[in-house]
Design a protein. Sequence first.
Length: 142
Amino acid sequence: MGYALAAQMVAFVRDLDWPIDMIIPVPLGKHRLKERGYNQVAMIAMPLAMALSVEYAPGELTRSKETRSQVELTKQERKENVKGAFQAGVGVKGKNVLVLDDVSTTGSTLSSSAEALYLSGAKNVYALTVARALPHHGLQNA
C-alpha cells in the first residue's frame, strides 16, 4: 500500500518544486509502534524518497515523549499533547527537510515536528500529508 500511495504523490511533490534534501516520516511513539507493528507513514515516505532520489532519514526525528491519541482532543488539547514531543538529530543541520504525516487535522503534530527540526538546524522544513481531516469534534477552526 505504501508504494501505491507514494507513486501517486511523486508528480505532485515534483510540481511543488521544493528543494528537498531528505524526507522524514513523523515517528510513532514506542507503545503505538509496538501495538501496530509498523509506522504507516514510513511505508509511504521511504518509496517517495526513493522515487524523488532524496535521502530517507527516519532516524532524524524521534518522539521524546509518548503522547495520547489525538482523535478525541480539541485543537488546544492537540497542541498541548504534542508540545515538545519530538527531537531531531544533527543530520538535519543545514538541510531542506520534508516531514511527512498521514493525516493533518489541526497541524499540531507537524508544527511540533518542524519546531524540533529547526532547533536542530534544519535550513527549511516543508510539510506534506496524505490526507486532511474534515472539521469535526469542535475543530471547525482547524
